[in-house]
Ligand binder design. Structure first.
Ligand code: PEP
Ligand code: MN
Length: 494
């Protein structure tokens, strides 16, 4: 089995070289042949995104690394195929737009928007099996439940949530591809039809904001913005074509955890930069064009699959996409530097190539983050990495009233974010972005989900069951997310 923690000593990378490395979170498919048939079909399908778009994100992330823009990542913990509805998709996109508007307006800094969407299906799990209650009929015709040990749910692209659908089915990889296409198509079409038009920001779900103080703060932004747009119209500044397009739509990129390597490999293509091709026919890039993972603009390594000498790190080292690495409490400074030596062959020359997504938990960042920041500062990556805070994954708890429900306290999320902002400031570093699990979706009465406690609406543990919709980790709702956006906007301003 291959290993080597120095990229220079590793055998040449190919989209399938990860197969020679040990892998965490493997999926055991009952039929290799069925898996090969499915991935063969995926290989012949078009990419979900283009290398041109990926390069555009790379350029925007370079600006984040330099402290000139802010990265806002957010979406579901796990998307479900059943969640591919116009309302739910728009609920997520609009929320990220609202949050970015709050940050841009307050802190006067451009925001790079990256959704956990259009492919965020696969989930790492701590156990391979679990015991669930399965309905069964008794001889007298009545229904009872019995306990059964089944494989854990690994995400809609792998197996089904229902207890009788837990065997991994490779056809789901194809189904996931088509759901990603549909989701992305709806996002592209909505943005192209004025969803992000700055002339009409009030239509972005603000009527659902139940907190008076948040609604007031947001209306203040909208009326100031309307005044500014009016002023521009009067002086004729709006009539320039480029200005019009910047006011009417925005860039919105998609991302997911790089977990299902069979899928990622099948979506990885060697693409020539059509614009550069003519002028630089003899450059090394023309001789060997870069490989792009066209399943998303941005992919990240999860905290459980980021081991230096394992398959997931090997896969991402060869793709030209910008990548993320989740950094949890078990990450050691020298391990982080070894991992960067593998996954970033440019050794820090590509600004914004790697985003470090730190997630320690409330009260724990001070123990872990300063040493990691120092290791980066004395490495070739001192100027190139983006530090991003994920204040969600270190703060998951069981609900005191029902241990089967996972929840997060808004206060813990906010505290970890505040702590990480302060640690960067104290260590001559800066926080470049935030990674959140959130949703702006509302029910038929316009009410937000109730998955995390606290926030402007004072959600209590006893409220969780009212509209608890996630099948995976609990998400911030509309009001809680806007609260975070105002907090970031204030922090970046000062
Ligand atoms: C996630 O982002 O949903 C996740 C599983 O995170 P982590 O890898 O940080 O645990
Ligand atoms: Mn999660």
């Amino acid at each position: 089995m291959a290993s080597s923690s120095d990229a220079g000593q590793r055998p040449a990378w190919t989209p399938s070289s990860w197969r020679k490395y040990p892998i965490s979170q493997p999926i055991e498919y009952p039929s290799r042949k069925a898996l090969e048939d499915a991935t063969q079909q995926l290989r012949s399908l078009p990419g979900l995104v283009t290398s041109h778009e990926i390069r555009s994100l790379r350029a925007q992330l370079a600006s984040v690394a330099q402290g000139k823009s802010f990265l806002l990542q957010g979406g579901d913990c796990a998307e479900l195929f059943a969640d591919c509805t116009p309302d739910k998709i728009e609920g997520k996109v609009k929320l990220l737009l609202l949050m970015s508007l709050i940050i841009i307006w307050g802190a006067r800094i451009p925001v790079v928007r990256v959704g956990r969407i259009a492919g965020q299906y696969a989930k790492p799990r701590s156990k391979a099996t679990e015991v669930v209650d399965v309905p069964s009929s008794k001889p007298d015709g009545s229904i009872t439940t019995e306990k059964k040990e089944v494989l854990t749910f690994r995400g809609d692209n792998i197996n089904g949530f229902a207890a009788d659908q837990r065997i991994p089915d490779p056809q789901r990889l194809l189904t996931a591809y088509f759901y990603s296409c549909t989701t992305l198509n709806h996002i592209r079409a909505s943005l192209g039809s004025g969803l992000a038009d700055l002339h009409a920001p009030l239509s972005w779900t603000t009527s659902h904001v139940r907190s008076e103080s948040l609604a007031k703060q947001f209306s203040h932004i909208v009326s100031s913005l309307t005044d500014a747009l009016d002023f521009m119209r009067v002086i004729g500044a709006e009539s320039q074509n480029d200005t019009v397009s910047k006011l009417e739509t925005v860039d919105y990129f998609i991302a997911h955890e790089c977990l299902t390597l069979e899928f990622e490999e099948a979506m990885t293509r060697q693409t020539v930069n059509a614009k550069k091709q003519e002028s630089a026919a003899s450059t090394p890039e023309a001789a060997s064009p870069p490989f792009y993972d066209l399943s998303a603009h941005f992919v990240w390594l999860g905290d459980r699959t980021r081991a230096v000498n394992e398959a997931h790190a090997e896969f991402v080292r060869g793709i030209a996409n910008p990548i993320g690495i989740k950094v949890g409490p078990s990450m050691k400074p020298d391990e982080l530097i070894s991992l960067l030596s593998i996954v970033d062959p440019s050794r820090g020359a590509d600004l914004g190539k790697v985003t470090l997504i730190a997630r320690f938990g409330r009260g724990k960042s001070q123990t872990h983050l300063p040493a990691l920041i120092k290791a980066i500062q004395s490495s070739p990556w001192s100027k190139s990495v983006i530090w991003c805070c994920d204040p969600m994954h270190g703060n998951t708890i069981s609900s005191p009233s029902d241990p089967s429900l996972k929840t997060r306290a808004f206060g813990d999320v906010l505290t970890e974010l505040t702590e990480q902002l302060a640690i960067h400031a104290q260590n001559n570093s800066h926080l470049g972005g935030i990674h959140l699990e959130l949703t702006g979706e509302v029910d038929e009465y316009g009410e937000s989900v109730t998955e995390c406690t606290g926030g402007a609406m004072g959600l209590e543990d006893s409220h969780l069951k009212m509209r608890y919709r996630t099948h995976c980790d609990p998400r911030l709702n509309l009001e809680q997310s806007l609260d975070i956006a105002f907090m970031i906007s204030n922090a970046l301003k000062s």
